[in-house]
Design a protein around this ligand. Structure first.
Ligand SMILES: Cc1cc2nc3c(=O)[nH]c(=O)nc-3n(C[C@H](O)[C@H](O)[C@H](O)COP(=O)(O)OP(=O)(O)OC[C@H]3O[C@@H](n4cnc5c(N)ncnc54)[C@H](O)[C@@H]3O)c2cc1C
Length: 447
C-alpha cells in the first residue's frame, strides 16, 4: 500500500521549511517534507570556515523584525532576534546615510534632496497599483526628469535589492513597493542574532517536535499525480506516495521541466514558467584578521555595482573574537558567468571599494569567491510581482508553488517566507473543503 500524507512539501529552503514548520506547530495535518539535497536550507545554507560562520553570500533579512521570517519564527515560539541594520549609499567618495536602524529618519538621510525625497515617497505610496510594476527604473527616472541624487539611489537600490544593474529592465514598482513596506513597518533590514544557522535550526526543530511531520533528505520530488484536476499523490525517490495536496517549494522553472505533472501542465503555462529569468551574482566573503570598521549598515554603490557590509558588526558570533567578516555582492550578467578575467577584475574593484568606504585596507585572512544564482525570478518588468505565477497552480486543485519566484509581496527570503504563510491559509481552506481555491495574493491593485 502506498503511504499517505495530507500535505507533501517538496524543497527545504526557507519557503518549504517555513511552511512545514507552520503546519507542524498546529499539527492539524500529516506532512512529508522532501529535500533533494543532503541538507536543509537551500540558498540559505550556512557553513563554518576557520571559525567564521559563512552564509551563502550576503543574506540581509529584509524588513528585519517586521518581516515574514520573523513572523514565522514567532509562530514557532522561537526567541531568535533579528537585529536591525541601516542602509547607506557610497557616492562621490562619501558614505551617505539613507535609512536608519529603527525607522526612516527623514532628517538624517543625506542621499536625496527635499524634492527628490518627496517624489520617492509618493512613488512608494503609489506602488500598490499594478501599473507601477510595469515601469522600469530607467523609464521612471526619465519620466520624472530626476536629478542625479534620485538616479544614483534608484540604481544603487536596484543593484542591492533587486540583484540587477539592468535598469532598463528592472521594475521600479518592486523597489517602491519594498519601501512602502519599510514606511509602514519602520524597519528596512536586519540580520539574525547568531547568524542564519539558528534560524534554520529553529524551523527544523519546530518540524521535528511534531509527530505528524516527517523529513526526508536526499529525496527528490519526481512526479505529481493528478486525477480529475485534483492532486492524488507524488512519486519521490522512486516511491509512490498518496497526498491530499502538494506544495512545490523550489524555483517555479523546475515545475516546467525537472518535475513532471501527470497529466501535464498546459503548454502555455509551462512555457511561461520556463521563460522566467533568474538573477546571477558575484558573492565574496572575506575574513579579516582585524576589524576595519564599526559600521553596521548595508552599503550600496553604483560604480562598481555592489552591496557590502561588515556583517559581524551586527552579529559578532559569526566571526572569531577580534576578527571581522565582510560580505560583498555584485550583480552579473549571465554571459559573464564563466568570464574569469572579468570576475577577478570585479573582485578587486569590490575590495578597493571596501577600503574606500571604510577608510582602510582590509587585512585579508581568507576569501571565498563564488558566482551563483541569487533570486529565482529577477524582478524585471514582465516578471515582477503581478506577472509571477500565483501560489495556486491554475486548473490543478491541491497543487501549489511557493518560494521567491511567486506573486506574493516582498523580495528574496522575505518573499519566500511570506508565500509560505499564504500557502498555509490556502491549504487550510482546501483541505477542509470549506473555501474556494483562492489564487494567492490580492495586491497589487489593478488599474
Ligand atoms: C548569494 C545569495 C545572496 C542572497 N542575498 C539575499 C539577501 O540579502 N536577502 C534576501 O532576502 N535574500 C537573499 N537571497 C535570496 C534568498 O536566498 C532566496 O530568496 C531564498 O533562499 C529562496 O528560498 P526558497 O525556499 O524559495 O528556495 P531555495 O532556497 O532555492 O530552496 C529550494 C529547495 O528545494 C530543493 N529542491 C529542488 N528541487 C527539488 C525537488 N524536485 N524535490 C525536492 N527538493 C527539491 C533544493 O535543493 C532547495 O533546497 C540571496 C541568495 C543568494 C544565492
Amino acid at each position: 500500500m502506498p503511504e499517505q500524507y495530507d500535505v507533501v512539501v517538496a524543497g527545504a529552503g526557507i519557503a518549504g521549511l517555513s511552511l512545514a514548520a507552520l503546519l507542524s506547530v498546529e499539527g492539524r495535518y500529516s506532512v512529508l517534507l522532501l529535500e533533494s539535497g543532503s541538507a536543509p536550507g537551500g540558498r540559505f545554507r550556512v557553513i563554518e570556515r576557520e571559525g567564521y560562520l559563512l552564509d551563502w553570500g550576503v543574506h540581509a533579512c529584509l524588513l528585519g523584525s517586521r518581516g515574514a521570517i520573523s513572523r514565522v519564527l514567532r509562530r514557532c515560539d522561537s526567541a531568535i532576534r533579528i537585529l536591525p541594520a541601516g542602509m547607506a549609499v557610497f557616492r562621490d567618495g562619501k558614505l551617505l546615510p539613507f535609512v536608519g536602524e529603527s525607522l526612516i529618519s527623514v532628517a538624517e538621510q543625506k542621499v536625496l534632496g527635499g524634492v527628490s525625497l518627496a517624489r520617492f515617497g509618493s512613488a512608494a505610496l503609489a506602488s500598490r497599483w499594478k501599473r507601477s510594476f510595469d515601469i522600469t527604473v530607467s523609464g521612471w527616472l526619465e519620466r520624472n526628469r530626476s536629478g542625479e541624487d534620485l538616479e544614483s539611489v534608484l540604481k544603487a537600490l536596484s543593484i542591492g535589492l533587486l540583484a540587477t544593474d539592468r535598469y532598463e529592465r528592472a521594475s521600479s514598482g518592486e523597489l517602491f513597493a519594498f519601501f512602502r513596506q519599510v514606511m509602514r513597518r519602520g524597519v528596512a533590514a536586519g540580520y539574525p542574532e547568531g547568524g542564519w544557522g539558528p534560524v534554520l535550526d529553529a524551523l527544523l526543530e519546530a518540524v521535528k517536535r511534531s509527530s505528524r511531520c516527517e523529513v526526508r533528505l536526499g529525496t527528490r520530488l519526481e512526479r505529481v499525480a493528478v486525477t480529475d484536476n485534483r492532486v492524488e499523490g507524488v512519486t519521490a525517490g522512486g516511491e509512490d506516495i498518496e497526498a491530499g495536496a502538494v506544495v512545490c517549494a523550489f524555483p517555479p522553472q523546475l515545475l516546467a521541466g525537472e518535475v513532471s505533472v501527470d497529466p501535464p501542465l498546459p503548454e502555455e503555462y509551462r512555457r511561461r514558467l520556463s521563460s522566467l529569468e533568474e538573477s546571477l551574482g558575484l558573492c565574496i566573503e572575506m575574513g579579516l584578521s582585524a576589524p576595519i570598521t564599526k559600521d553596521r549598515r548595508i552599503i550600496f554603490s553604483v560604480d562598481p555595482p555592489a552591496l557590502l557590509w561588515a556583517v559581524s558588526n551586527i552579529s559578532p558570533a559569526i566571526a572569531p573574537p577580534g576578527k571581522q567578516l565582510l560580505q560583498f555582492f555584485s550583480p552579473l550578467d549571465h554571459k559573464r558567468r564563466g568570464d574569469k578575467a572579468f570576475i577577478e577584475k570585479r573582485t578587486d574593484e569590490l575590495i578597493t571599494l571596501a577600503g574606500e568606504a571604510y577608510g582602510g585596507t582590509p587585512d585579508e585572512e581568507f576569501k571565498r569567491v563564488m558566482v551563483t544564482t541569487i533570486g529565482a525570478v529577477v524582478p524585471f518588468t514582465g516578471q515582477s510581482r503581478p506577472n509571477r505565477p500565483a501560489i495556486s497552480v491554475p486548473g490543478y486543485d491541491g497543487l501549489y508553488i511557493i518560494g521567491d519566484g511567486v506573486n506574493s509581496r516582498g523580495l528574496g527570503g522575505d518573499l519566500a517566507a511570506r508565500s509560505a504563510i499564504q500557502a498555509e491559509r490556502l491549504l487550510d481552506g482546501y483541505l477542509r473543503g470549506d473555501t474556494p481555491v483562492a489564487l494567492g495574493e490580492v495586491e497589487p491593485r489593478g488599474g
